[in-house]
Design a protein around this ligand. Structure first.
Ligand SMILES: *[C@@H]1O[C@H](CO)[C@@H](O)[C@H](O)[C@H]1NC(C)=O
Ligand SMILES: *[C@@H]1O[C@H](CO)[C@@H](O)[C@H](O)[C@H]1NC(C)=O
Ligand SMILES: *[C@@H]1O[C@H](CO)[C@@H](O)[C@H](O)[C@H]1NC(C)=O
Length: 242
């Protein structure tokens, strides 16, 4: 079982109980309260439709795609990214699902973001490429506590900090790894940035996420800080594809 709570910078407040079993369930979505509204079949709607179509074929081959369609003020900026270990086929499934779901959940909204285990999809009427997204963020955590939170938190920070240093220097801006705990228990971790960020901004984004671990996931058996530009995750079980 997972709980989610809105991060401090998130504009909406939620209390949700999420049961995350299959990757096809959205983890979370946020409809922007700052972007404008469009109406069915107007220029923005048509551009959005084209933008999503473009992300379907651009994203799966490399796991990352951006698109911009149309002219201001109806221009649509879109981005999709799949988790670094996800196959092209699963990536495509996720992006297609995300684009349809986000349009249902944020109907008429000119800015929105949706997260899944396997992918993230975001669009906006404002250009956001290359900028760290500090607005869209959510914490997810396992409600169960570890017994020794102080040493456990330190292990989590050690693992995730190491993976952050790996991710920002890697081409995919993605890293996974594990750390031995006592009694043959292991801690598994993941870090990832959207690849429109520069290497330095990826590092900055991940450092920011790590600094939020105490407010997110203090002593929790699993946790994630999930943002619009980067995310971190740790669990006591393996969760990435080998
Ligand atoms: C968009 O529509 C919503 C609900 O109809 C409204 O609350 C919001 O103020 C509108 N946003 C803008 C930017 O006009
Ligand atoms: C765009 O709109 C057409 C016609 O309504 C629809 O068939 C198609 O699936 C849409 N494409 C996307 C990517 O939503
Ligand atoms: C975990 O710890 C928190 C804070 O001490 C407590 O409120 C919560 O009930 C604990 N959760 C479980 C599942 O025991």
């Amino acid at each position: 079982m997972y709980f989610s709570r809105s991060a401090p910078l998130c504009l909406l407040s939620f209390t949700l109980l999420l049961h995350i079993v299959v990757g096809l369930h959205p983890l979370f979505h946020i409809c922007s309260s700052l972007a404008g509204n469009y109406t069915a079949d107007d220029t923005f709607d048509m551009n959005l439709n084209k933008s999503m179509g473009s992300l379907f074929y651009k994203t799966p081959p490399t796991g990352f795609g951006i698109s911009y369609v149309g002219k201001d003020p109806d221009r649509v900026y879109g981005v999709a990214i799949c988790r670094g270990d996800v196959s092209s086929a699963d990536c495509k499934t996720c992006v297609v699902e995300a684009s349809s779901e986000i349009r249902k959940r944020c109907t008429n909204n000119e800015g929105a973001i949706i997260w899944y285990d396997n992918c993230l999809l975001k669009y906006s009427n404002e250009e956001f490429f290359g900028k760290i997204d500090n607005r869209n963020k959510v914490y997810l955590y396992n409600i169960n506590n570890v017994s020794d939170s102080t040493s456990f938190n330190a292990k989590v920070k050690e693992l995730i900090s190491g993976l952050s240093n790996e991710a920002y220097l890697s081409q995919l801006m993605f890293a996974t790894g594990e750390l031995e705990l006592e009694k043959s228990k292991k801690l598994y971790g993941l870090t990832q940035c959207t690849r429109d960020l520069s290497s330095i901004d990826c590092k900055k984004c991940l450092d920011g996420a790590i600094s939020e671990l105490p407010s997110c996931c203090d002593g929790k058996q699993g946790g994630r800080v999930v943002g619009g530009s980067c995310n971190i995750r740790y669990e006591l079980y393996a969760f990435v594809n080998a």
